[in-house]
Ligand binder design. Structure first.
Ligand code: FMN
Length: 375
């Protein structure tokens, strides 16, 4: 299992564990995989605290961070994030906001409490200017060996900065053309995510996408993402030419994950068919559990979802209220997760998930051994 990429990063198993939860990151790296912290929910100041916390607990193990940074940012000229937020808000048709509010009211979710977090706070966290600050902060932390970008190659100067600092740069793709573009822009690892995956996802299934990308970007290493939840699937990914696997959904049902009790219950009970690709969260297709929120945006009278980042502001109405009233918002809480959710049926410790994957991987390769003989 020690692929050349695993050697390069100094990890025992090439299992990349993406999570927004720092506890999962620490536990995954300590168990011999590599934890990757999703930064999109943090202000730069919060991220600094998170990384210091991880550094203090992870020992000499490496870890990664993941940012959401477009190669070209149409709002780059606007440095004042509050002004940017006001500008973006003024571009949202009032009927779209009214529709989001109606979905929440129809499902019995109260208005935001007085003085609660403003929806602009979330937007400010997810702008390219913030992602740039995330990278700068991460580069001050030597145990951050890997910087991944959800949107592929970052702007050229950021790519250079990451590589000049000796960190490994990874970028996600959902189709071959994107993977080739990232490779040309100097990305060190291409993460090929099949449509099964949780979060933003394309249309092509993992079984087709992984080998296509492997062949198209060789010799650049590829990580297989989308639908990986067992060691046999890791064996399959390596057979298809990947150098490791990139996983997200798997860590949501760990004991360390910071979901609410209600979200955990929903995920543990969900079947693979219970997810949908919905534009209702960010304006880009994102795989999540079907519920009253996703259904309402599919209704014949629903307004069209808006492009990123405008739909983010619309959805902040739901994410904010779900945070404030987790119980009352059960039917409309947004739960990004992949189709592998059908296998996530019990809570496990993060480290036990890593050990299980490794054991299952070896069991799968044992099953395969007799098939390798021609006699
Ligand atoms: C709850 C959740 C949030 C995610 N957020 C991000 C993100 O902020 N950045 C990113 O690059 N990928 C994000 N992803 C996608 C993961 O990085 C990963 O590619 C995906 O989960 C792999 O497929 P799997 O869910 O089948 O393991 C997210 C996935 C989930 C489930």
């Amino acid at each position: 299992m020690r692929t050349s990429l695993a050697e390069r990063l100094g990890i025992d198993a090439p299992i990349f564990a993406f999570s927004h939860c720092r506890d999962v990151v620490v536990e995954a790296s300590k168990a011999g995989a590599i934890g990757v912290l999703g930064c999109v929910g943090f202000t730069p100041e919060e991220l600094e605290v998170q990384l210091d916390w991880i550094d203090a607990r992870i020992g000499d193990k490496p870890y990664g961070i993941d940012v959401v940074m477009p190669e070209k940012d149409p709002w780059a000229e606007e440095q004042d994030l509050n002004r940017l937020h006001e500008k973006l808000k003024s571009m949202i048709p009032p009927e779209t906001i009214a529709y989001a509010k109606k979905i929440l009211a129809d499902n019995g979710v109260p208005e935001m409490p007085e003085g609660a977090q403003h929806e602009g706070d979330y937007l400010i966290r997810s702008t390219a200017a913030t992602a740039r600050r995330h990278v700068e902060i991460a580069l001050k932390h030597p145990k951050v060996r890997l910087v991944a970008n959800a949107l592929g190659a970052p702007p050229a100067d950021v790519t250079r900065l990451i590589k000049d600092n000796g960190r490994v740069l990874a970028g996600l793709c959902g189709e071959v053309s994107q993977g080739k573009k990232h490779a040309d822009a100097g990305v060190d690892i291409i993460i090929a995510q099949g449509t099964e995956g949780g979060g933003h996802t394309g249309e092509i299934g993992s079984m087709v996408l992984w080998p296509e990308v492997v062949e198209a970007v060789a010799p650049i290493p590829v990580l297989a993402a989308g639908g990986v939840g067992s060691g046999a699937q890791i064996a399959a990914a390596l057979m298809l030419g990947a150098q490791g696997v990139w996983t997200g959904s798997l860590w949501l049902t760990t004991i360390e994950s910071d979901l609410t009790e209600h979200q955990r219950e929903l995920l543990l009970a969900a079947r693979s068919r219970d997810t949908t690709r919905s534009k209702s969260l960010t304006g880009k297709p994102c795989r999540m559990l079907k519920n009253e929120w996703t259904k309402a945006w599919e209704a014949p009278d629903a307004p069209k979802t808006l492009p990123l980042p405008l739909q983010d502001i619309v959805a902040a109405e739901a994410t904010g209220r779900a945070r404030a009233y987790p119980d009352k918002a059960r039917a409309v809480t947004i739960n990004p997760v992949g189709q592998i959710v059908g296998r996530l049926n019990e809570l496990e410790r993060t480290r036990d998930v890593v050990y299980r994957l490794i054991e299952e991987y070896y069991a799968a390769t044992e099953r395969f051994k007799p098939l390798m003989s021609w006699e």
